[in-house]
Design a protein around this ligand. Structure first.
Ligand code: BJW
Ligand code: ZN
Length: 237
């Protein structure tokens, strides 16, 4: 399963590319890239602090909880999320692969050393890494940066061997994440998409449902439970 910003929209987290999205005033590369951080680290940290605060004050929604239920019901389940908000974990999902990092963590922009504790960063006085003196940045994946090879390899392995791939709330524009459903489909998986609007995936999906994930996913979970006659332990009845 792959999720994107749309799954958190009903929790009040703005998406990236919708009309009222996070990128409205800026192009993605103007904030989520190393070039932006080098040119204006204060602005980039102000933006991340604003988002950290927003995320700290929201809760998982019915879509997150439906996915958590699915993760408990199915014996083999992997949730690959592009989101950095940690709401899937809060909802109780298991086996989460965070492709683009986590906004709650910080790391050194030079050597990658993780800041051990959650800390507030003052954009006017960005702390230096205790290992090498580099500037501290959010531990997320920016445009032009490699994803953690172990993480992306694990995601592709799961896409290749799954029977059913759900793509939920993603515009399917950002790679390599957007390649995962294509790979799953090529390897014979059934592809189901849930999104408010059509995406580049819609034409190849076996089922493309247009609607809010918080409305659609609980229905999908109930249907899967009925179809596979799963007991709460995930074993066939
Ligand atoms: C709802 C809803 C509701 C709303 N219910 N639905 C191949 C082809 C072309 C380009 C590339 C390529 N491979 C790599 C690239 C370059 C680039 C890229 O993909 N560019 C494209 C934009 C063209 N990729 C990269 O740079 C990646 N790195 C990489 O590939 O490295 C390789 C490399 C090799 C050698 C040298 C160097 C590098 C890294 C990508 C990192 C993306 N980072 C961000 C920021 C993360 C940190 C942060 O959050 O601040 O990740 S950008 C942003 O986009 C964020 C998201 O995770 C990601 C995806 O967005 P998402 O989740 O799809 O959100 P939206 O807003 O786009 O869509 C929301 C959807 O929800 C909409 O469709 C709505 O309709 C829907 N929706 N409400 C259901 N209630
Ligand atoms: Zn460092």
């Amino acid at each position: 399963m792959l999720t994107g910003a749309g799954i958190s929209a009903e929790s009040g987290v703005p998406t990236f590319r919708s009309a009222d999205g996070l990128w409205n005033k800026f192009k993605p590369e103007e904030l989520a890239s190393m070039a932006a951080f080098v040119a204006n680290p204060k602005m980039v940290w102000e933006w991340y602090n604003w988002r950290r605060e927003l995320i700290a004050n929201v809760k998982p929604n019915a879509g997150h909880f439906a996915i958590a239920e699915l993760s408990a019901l199915l014996p083999r389940f992997t949730l690959v999320t592009q989101n950095v908000d940690g709401l899937h974990a809060l909802a109780g999902s298991r086996n989460i692969v965070e492709l683009h990092g986590n906004i709650g963590r910080s790391k050194c922009s030079d050597c990658g050393l993780l800041v051990p504790e959650d800390c507030h960063i003052d954009p006017s006085a960005i702390p230096a890494c205790r290992g090498c003196g580099g500037k501290i940045r959010p531990d997320v994946v920016w445009f032009g940066e490699m994803l953690d090879p172990n993480i992306i390899d694990a995601a592709f392995r799961e896409a290749e061997r799954c029977d059913l791939f759900l793509s939920v709330g993603t515009s399917a524009l950002v790679h390599p994440a957007a390649t995962l459903p294509v790979v799953a489909k090529r390897h014979g998986a059934t592809l189901i998409e849930v999104n408010l609007e059509p995406t580049p995936l819609s034409a190849m999906a076996d089922i493309s449902v247009q609607g809010k994930s918080g409305d659609v996913l609980p229905v999908v979970v109930e249907a899967l439970k009925r179809r596979h006659r799963l007991s709460p332990s995930g074993e066939p009845r």
